[in-house]
Design a protein around this ligand. Structure first.
Ligand code: HEM
Length: 251
């Protein structure tokens, strides 16, 4: 039987990014679903403001976490770098074909970092979460006048004589009717993107989890536990072994 070797793959910041994203997406989706159904649930305006504020606070954690990960992609360890994470580069399509053919034939190729199909999935997930964060930050300004854009939005829509800093959500008497209507028109497509982003992200997350479980079972690897421990156990020679990689025999 081929000996299993243990390799250090995911560094600590990459693992924190993954699990903070998982937890914040669960929290954001749960709060988002309640916000979406606030009318049916007959939640009063004060309750909606509280729910939106909670959603936005979790959203800040989510957005800052994405920002840190973007920087980490330039300074992190070999496997955390964008060059190893995103699809593309010379020979990428050939690697996809070779990986898929080997997988279908029951002779899986073992990658230390993401396999070529995994890179594609990660790129889609990153685009979707970045889109949720950006649209969410704009909505936070238009809805409850929270940073980073709330200050400008409040100045834009405050009725003459009303101090923008005192603007209260759901208080039409404090808004200038015309500029408020303009602001709502600007906000409309962003709200639609945020809502459809939620649905698409939900579907892609289901696909991601399914693909990870199927790969783990099929390759007999340590894909899932590696996101906790940082180490992968691999039989034989990994396809993407860098010169600097160190391994030790698994106990
Ligand atoms: C994966 C991340 C996220 C998911 C799954 C998500 C999901 C949702 C959902 C389902 C809604 C209800 C949509 C509706 O009522 O039409 C919502 C609303 C909202 N989200 Fe998010 N959200 C995420 C991230 C964020 C972030 C990062 C922020 C801001 C920092 C944010 C701010 C808001 C605001 C202000 C609303 C209220 C919009 C409204 O009244 O319609 N969201 N979100």
């Amino acid at each position: 039987m081929t000996e299993l070797k243990s390799y250090k793959v995911w560094d600590v910041p990459t693992r924190w990014f993954h699990w903070i994203t998982v937890l914040s997406v669960i929290g954001l989706a749960a709060l988002g679903l309640v916000i979406l159904n606030a009318g049916t649930l007959k939640i009063p305006n004060e309750g909606k403001i509280l729910l939106k504020s909670l959603h936005v606070w979790v959203g800040y954690v989510f957005a800052v976490n994405i920002g840190v990960r973007i920087v980490w992609g330039f300074v992190g360890n070999h496997y955390a770098r964008w060059r190893q994470v995103l699809p593309g580069g010379s020979g990428y399509l050939a690697r996809v074909r070779s990986y898929a053919a080997a997988f279908a034939a029951g002779r899986p190729q073992h990658y230390l970092g993401h396999n070529p199909l995994g890179r594609f999935a990660v790129a889609v997930l990153l685009v979707l979460i970045a889109m949720q964060a950006l649209t969410g930050l704009v909505l936070a300004g238009t809805d409850i006048y929270f940073p980073p854009f709330g200050h400008w939005i409040a100045q834009w829509i405050a009725a003459p004589g009303v101090d923008p800093a005192t603007l209260v959500p759901y208080s039409p008497e404090m808004y200038d009717e015309t500029t408020y209507a303009d602001m709502r028109a600007m906000r409309e497509p962003i709200g639609v993107l945020h809502l459809y982003g939620f649905y698409v992200l939900g579907a892609v997350i289901v696909l991601h989890i399914t693909a990870v479980v199927v790969t783990e079972l099929r390759e007999g690897g340590t894909l899932i536990s590696a996101m906790f421990t940082g180490r992968k156990l691999i039989p034989g020679q990994p396809v993407d072994m860098p010169d600097s990689a160190t391994s030790k025999s698994a106990p």
